[in-house]
Design a protein. Structure first.
Length: 157
């Protein structure tokens, strides 16, 4: 009898963990937030999939004008699990538009913490987005430049 309850508890626990990490898909993510006169928008790919190197876009404006030469760093964290340090240092591709790439180790609910430093100002904003897919296998993580916990092997930020 005890063995039966242990099995039921294990199945229930596994179901809860899978539900917390699951995702139903993704629509295009874009949001703008203003703090201290700096407008920051973050855009995840239309289809954000775990295990794929994808490009993210950040727009940085002040009083309607693009901010150039800002230091833009994006930290990516899963809402319900700690996968260590993941994210990127974005590069300006045109005035006010910054892009960077990242690989997410699994699907689920994620938060992008966008930190922007300009001359005399620093602002951090958070943006929620979803990713599809299952947890990457350890060998897949290694090929993608991730540690077994999903963190970046060699972060540059």
């Amino acid at each position: 009898m005890k063995r039966k309850w242990v099995m039921v508890f294990a199945i229930l626990l596994a179901s809860l963990v899978l539900a917390a990490c699951g995702s139903k898909g993704q629509e295009q993510q874009s949001d703008t937030k203003n703090e201290g006169g700096i407008d920051i928008s973050f855009k995840a790919p239309e289809k954000t999939e775990a295990g794929k190197k994808l490009e993210y876009t950040i727009n940085v404006m002040k009083k309607g004008q693009p901010i150039v030469e800002a230091d833009v760093v994006v930290h990516l964290e899963m809402k319900e699990m700690d996968h260590g340090k993941n994210g990127f240092r974005a590069r300006m591709i045109e005035p006010g538009v910054y892009k960077g790439q990242a690989v997410l180790p699994m699907g689920g609910d994620w938060v992008a913490y966008v930190n922007v430093k300009t001359a005399g100002e620093e602002v951090t904003r958070s943006f929620d987005f979803k990713a599809e897919g299952d947890m990457m296998l350890p060998e897949e993580m290694k090929k993608a430049g991730l540690n077994e916990d999903g963190s970046l092997a060699n972060p540059d930020f």
